[in-house]
Ligand binder design. Structure first.
Ligand code: 5AD
Ligand code: SF4
Length: 462
């Protein structure tokens, strides 16, 4: 028996509490679920509070400065909990996972010595070994921010515990695009696509566990080029067609995409595959060609417009979501106005907008002509008024229509459930709890900026 199995066996006799706090993107949500699955055989079961947990994992995000700073303020609170537990004779292990772990490595333990484990997003399958090391060494921290040669997916358990009616499935990781503002190529590494058979097997397991909707995840998901069973590399469109054959998988989504990688096959999938939802997150970042070039986006506004036109001709009811950055170094008033104009033209159903945040190690962070924070804040406020009104208008246009809604979870009030429309809007309605997991027709009666409400109708949903 290996030492690891020893630790696991000893641990499985005494249940241990695991608390995972997730920050950032949906891929972190997926990674957190996989970490929980990985640690379950060691006796760890999930708890809803950090207080008194035996192991706390912060699954962190480094995309913007604010996201990274949150981690250190959380660690301050956790240190006090850890000390209180030690005074009661217990032990709390603190682990920092995700992109802050990858970017800052050993510096995390220097800045927050209460941290026991630092593990990057490509090496979290080593968590059991790292924990065993910490338990043995009694005090010494364990760090792993390597990009191991063995893909972690091969070494993670194949169990895939039930992850709800709407599940995430990572099919691609890393990015080779190197947009000049972005840390992802450094924290998540080079582009990697999981083989088709592995993706299909995981999708089937998720559906057996109750999933009716799967969102395929990747930092640059439409750059997917996984090895197919026929020895060829499959692109995302082909993979989606195959996934649509999985029985009881009613809804497919994918995120996040790059405009350059929208190929004809993907456009055709939007035309032909009814399970592929008519909602697409397609970040554009700026409406100015000059800024797009500085950002190393390798597409122009006209390219973006053409891509959207191709998609909308294939799927006329396609709703668009995007990401926009204001105050990129060198962004002039005219450049910003071009972003406002593009947003105005595109009528985004949803959009995420950010002030440019310099990330250490990225080319843009040392660029000349950084935009003052007050200017960024003012531009962001202006843009968000426009985007907010577009989102509200999109939601209000749904009033009076009947939409198929996948019922996902209990609502805030008794007798209520919350579901999602095809366009990813949250929909609140009165419905019996046993309808959870069903796709039901809902007549939309009210809309706010962020959600819809409605009532069940007798009409059959698609
Ligand atoms: N500053 C501001 N926003 C950023 N994003 C990525 N890096 C930065 C940065 N340094 C935004 C982009 C991306 C989204 C996930 O986060 O818009 O699409
Ligand atoms: Fe970052 Fe996306 Fe650009 Fe890749 S394509 S570098 S993940 S913004």
């Amino acid at each position: 028996m290996t030492q690891l199995e020893d630790t696991a066996k000893a641990a499985s006799n005494s249940p241990r509490r695991l608390y995972i706090k997730n920050y950032g993107c949906q891929m972190n949500v997926y990674d957190s679920a996989r970490m929980a699955e990985l640690l379950a055989p060691l006796g760890y079961s999930l708890t809803v509070t950090a207080n008194d947990a035996d192991l706390v994992i912060l699954n962190t995000c480094h995309i913007r400065e604010k996201a990274a700073e949150k981690v250190f303020s959380e660690l301050g609170q956790l240190r006090r909990m850890k000390e209180a537990k030690a005074r009661r004779g217990g032990r709390m292990i603190l682990a920092v996972a995700g992109c802050v772990a990858q970017a800052e490595g050993a510096e995390i333990i220097e800045r927050a010595p209460c941290v026991d484990v630092v593990v990057g997003p490509q090496s979290y399958h080593h968590l059991p070994e790292l924990l065993a090391r910490v338990l043995r060494a009694d005090g010494a921290g364990a760090i792993d921010t390597s990009f191991p040669v063995e893909p972690k997916f091969d070494l993670l358990p194949k169990v895939a515990s039930p992850r709800g009616v709407a599940a995430f499935l990572t099919i691609q990781e890393g990015c080779d695009k190197f947009c000049s503002f972005c840390v992802v190529p450094y924290t998540r590494g080079a582009e990697y696509s999981r083989p088709v058979a592995e993706v299909l097997a995981e999708a089937r397991r998720l559906v057996r566990g109750g999933a009716r909707e799967i969102t395929l995840l990747g930092q640059n998901v439409n750059a997917y080029h996984g090895g197919g069973p026929d020895g060829r590399e499959w692109r995302l469109g082909e993979l989606i067609r195959q996934l649509a054959e999985v029985e009881r998988l009613d809804r497919i989504r994918y995120t996040t995409s790059h405009p350059r990688d929208v190929d004809d096959e993907l456009v055709a999938a939007h035309r032909d595959v009814p399970q592929l939802m008519p909602f697409l997150h397609l970040p554009v970042q700026s409406g100015s060609d000059r800024v797009l070039a500085l950002m190393n986006r390798r597409h122009t506004v006209a390219d973006y417009r053409r891509t959207v036109d191709r998609l909308r001709s294939a799927r006329p009811d396609l709703a668009l979501s995007t990401d926009l950055i204001v105050g990129y170094p060198g962004e002039s008033c005219e450049d910003f106005q071009a972003t406002m104009d593009l947003a105005d033209e595109m009528r985004f159903a949803q959009a995420f907008s950010f002030k440019y945040s310099p990330r250490p190690g990225t080319p843009a962070s040392s660029a000349a002509h950084q935009v003052p924070d007050e200017v960024k804040a003012q531009r962001l406020a202006e843009l968000q008024v426009l985007l907010g009104s577009q989102q509200r208008a999109f939601n209000e246009a749904c009033i009076g229509h009947t939409l198929p809604v996948l019922l996902e979870k209990p609502g805030r009030h008794k007798g209520q459930l919350v579901g999602r429309s095809p366009y990813l809007q949250s929909v609140h309605l009165a419905a019996p709890a046993d309808r959870m997991g069903d796709i039901v027709p809902v007549l939309i009666t009210a809309a706010s900026a962020n959600s819809l409400s409605g009532s069940l109708t007798g009409v059959a949903a698609e």
